[in-house]
Design a protein around this ligand. Structure first.
Ligand code: FAD
Ligand code: NAD
Length: 467
């Protein structure tokens, strides 16, 4: 079987690449080693985590905020089995949607492990051991990533777990210990804290979500502490062991003093590494970077082997589904002879806690480091009528604009529906808007988005109206 393009992996990078290739008239095949399409994102990442985040948020509100709204519930109970079942149904519908899209776009799909025999021939090993070979003029590697492990901790996947197991527990933990105060830890930690678990976060750096603008981590920590989560920042984990149903995590405080915590589950969420096992990269002379195991690509996302491309988590850059999708489209269009472009500075980042955290562009720390002169405009949600009405007054929007030109350089927000609101900032920045441009655009009232306008007004000669 001969194809114009063979895509290995069906995550958001791979399936979008395959669909875009088919739209462009290229004969396309996609190989996936798992039984369902959609990769990490649809099966064990974005979608199931958001399903559990939504369910747990409903429960938390029913238990804690409904009363203030004048809604009284008796005998409120968690049916965790149903909660997990609903999550599984959402995943099944979503992965099933990719099968439908593949058929609609006449993409041939193969189930099995894809491996390079040579630069144009891929052998596919199915679960029954049989092997098929297909050839392609172009190959796109979209094999994603897997959780990073700590060399001194054995992840038994029962008590010491990764995000994959944390999404399918059969009980709500009594005490969940998180190693890593990054995106996965705080999202899944929020799920279980809302359902009543004690949640302790041990983070190596001196701030949670340390790669985002420092002000966001500070505010998020305050909110999560209100939810009952506890934080050990600047602490270094030294080990974790399991005895029966108990996990003991040992760590050093910033002064080097030894500490330990005992819980019933420990989630290790210290980042992810590129996944290239079984791909046979050595057969075509592609090597991976020592740190992070990523495949090196050029500006066209082409590897050192002509006609072999790589996208998504397996290459440099943020490990985000929408970045993988954008790269899938990009490579398909490159193969078809077009001249696409991705602005990597304008890929938004979101943390789906409540309130949500979202950001795009440069942080204050980055601007300072680069010596760029900037203005800051902030607006707190406690001054927003919409936020007061929905009882979502934690957080703020912060706009960073160039001191001389007023061009928006970064937008950082923590607040209700920030994940959706950040799109306005991305559009504005793609069109190189100034803070005053956004300040002069009509924003419906009452909406959370008014906070973006107010922050832009604040950055424009301190003209915010409502603070
Ligand atoms: P993947 O989605 O990892 O897909 C790779 C696919 O390739 C897999 O299906 C794998 O089975 C297959 N494969 C690997 N090797 C082979 C082979 N040799 N042959 C055949 N198939 C192979 N990102 C966001 O943007 N928003 C979120 O809310 C978000 N939430 C997340 C929550 C969790 C818990 C996790 C773990 C991740 C989350 N992410 C989120 C990150 C997101 O899932 C990844 O960035 C994204 O899935 C990367 O897409 P990809 O296509 O590069 O790889
Ligand atoms: P992360 O990089 O977001 O966070 C890992 C955290 O662990 C960091 O804060 C780091 O300082 C800390 N850490 C590292 N080693 C440590 C140690 N030995 N002890 C204590 N802390 C340590 O990684 P993650 O949370 O595992 O997520 C992995 C990837 O998945 C991320 O790249 C993220 O982009 C993606 N993801 C995205 C979303 C989203 O977009 N909403 C959600 C989940 C995951």
């Amino acid at each position: 079987m001969q194809y114009d393009v063979i895509v290995i992996g069906s995550g958001p990078g791979g399936y979008v690449a395959a669909i875009r290739c088919a739209q462009l008239g290229l004969k396309t095949a996609c190989i996936e080693k798992y039984a369902t399409f959609g990769g990490t994102c649809l099966n064990v990442g974005c979608i199931p985590s958001k399903a559990l985040l939504d369910s747990s948020e409903h429960y938390y509100n029913a238990a804690h905020t409904f009363k203030t709204h004048g809604i009284n519930l008796d005998n409120l109970k968690i049916d965790f089995t149903q909660m997990v079942k609903r999550k599984t149904e959402v995943v099944d519908q979503t992965t099933g949607g990719i099968s439908f899209l593949f058929k609609k776009n006449k993409i041939d799909s193969f189930q099995g492990i894809g491996s390079f025999k040579d630069k144009n021939t891929i052998s596919i090993k199915k679960t029954d051991g049989s092997v098929t070979e297909i050839t392609g003029k172009n190959i796109i590697i979209a094999t994603g990533s897997k959780p990073s492990a700590l060399p001194f901790i054995k992840t038994d996947k029962k008590r010491i777990i990764t995000s994959t197991e944390a999404l399918k527990l059969t009980e709500v933990p009594k005490h969940l210990i998180l190693i890593g105060g990054g995106v996965i830890g705080l999202e899944l930690g929020s799920v279980y804290a809302r359902l009543g678990s004690k949640v302790s976060v041990i983070e190596f750096m001196d701030s949670i979500i340390p790669t985002m603008d420092k002000s966001l981590g500070k505010e998020l920590q305050k909110v999560l502490q209100k939810l009952g989560m506890e934080f050990y920042l600047g602490h270094k984990v030294t080990g974790a062991t399991v005895k029966g149903k108990e996990v003991t995590v040992t760590f050093d405080d910033p002064k080097g003093e030894k500490k330990e915590l005992k819980g019933d589950y420990c989630l290790v969420a210290v980042g992810r590494v590129a996944y290239t096992d079984g791909l046979g990269l050595e057969n075509i002379g592609i090597t991976v970077e020592e740190r992070g195991r990523k495949i090196t690509v050029d500006n066209h996302l082409e590897t050192s082997v002509k006609g072999v491309y790589a996208i998504g988590d397996v290459v440099k850059g943020a490990m985000l589904a929408h970045k993988a999708e954008d790269e899938g489209t990009f490579v398909a269009e490159i193969i078809a002879g077009q001249k696409p472009h991705i602005d990597y500075n304008l890929i938004p980042g979101v943390v789906y806690t409540w309130p949500e955290v979202a950001a795009v562009g440069q942080t204050e720390e980055q601007l300072k480091e680069k010596g760029i002169k900037y203005k800051v405009g902030s607006f707190p949600f406690k001054a927003s009528g919409r936020a007061r009405a929905s009882m979502d007054t934690d957080g703020f929007v912060k706009v960073l604009a160039d001191a001389a030109t007023d061009e928006i350089l970064g937008v950082h927000m923590i607040g209700p529906r920030a994940a959706d609101m950040i799109a306005e900032a991305v559009v504005a920045m793609e069109y190189r808007a100034s803070a005053e441009d956004i300040a002069r655009i009509s924003h419906a009232h009452p909406t959370y988005t008014e906070a973006i306008r107010e922050a832009c007004l604040a950055a424009t000669e301190n003209r915010a109206i409502h603070i």
